[in-house]
Design a protein around this ligand. Sequence first.
Ligand code: SF4
Ligand code: SF4
Length: 313
Amino acid sequence: MEASLKNLLDRGEVIEIRGDGKAGSGLLMVMQTFAKALGRIGGMEIQEWPLFSSSRKGANVRGFLRIANHPIQSAAAVVHPHLAILMDESVASNVDFASGVENGIFVLNTTRSAQEAADKYGLTGTVVAVDGKKISEKFFDHKLANIPVYGALVRMSGCLTDDEGESILLETMKKRRLPEKIQKANSAAYRMSLASMDVALTKSTGVRHLAENFEKYPPLPKGAQSRLRTSLGNKTSQYRPVGLRLKFEDPYNKCNGCSLCVLHCPENIIAWIPDPKGLKVTGANVADFCKLCRECIEVCPVELFSSVKDEAA
Ligand code: SF4
Ligand code: SF4
């Protein structure tokens, strides 16, 4: 790609980003946090939405993001991304995460160097490798690469400075009232990610990543985006699968305070109390807002959340 994403944006183009990962890999949180960060800049239109293959643990998930400085007319899936993310390399065995990318930017969570990753997957453009496992193990009790990949997105987009990216990340955590200890660990992981990113510029590898065939949806009707954004008053528990509900149980005091469930829950309904290790989860407001999206079930490293039969249904 000759121009940076920021330059393309300034020229009035719609920037398209696509990510591939597994359920609970942190991909969707990366996309959401980055979308929020861009939203802070002001004057931008942003579309961000996930696509789940199923709700099974380890199932593939895909995230889409569009950014422009004018109203976005398309509501279709992203098939020619300017930037493609591979959050979990095991996905690459059955999904072409690079499909439709022409001389673009690739952000990979991998233990390989950027050049090794480019050679393995046949990538032409700018390849960025971050070792999310190594960084997360240093600062947290988990191996999710959400912070390292978020850092790479901030840096490679050129739309935000490193400091802006960090302050918005911290703002998200403060909004969820996460303890200072956890905020500091995330901040340190973010800084280390930026410092350890490996970047390679690759010439044509001759490998063709054909775009998926997708017939576009028509443009969005007027006002559709604002209607989506103003739907916060909805009792989202109405959308959960009939006959099921979320259960949280921690009889052996296994919650390690990693805060992943608090950060991932799209409804911000996980309840916790302060604890010497940072926090301790006590439950969730499932009655009104839990749509049983399963994010907390997938991310909890000690499996304290589950989906159970709803006796009241
Ligand atoms: S299943 Fe319910 S509590 Fe868990 S992340 Fe989804 S909305 Fe939040
Ligand atoms: S409930 Fe699970 S995901 Fe949430 S803080 Fe505790 S250990 Fe982490």
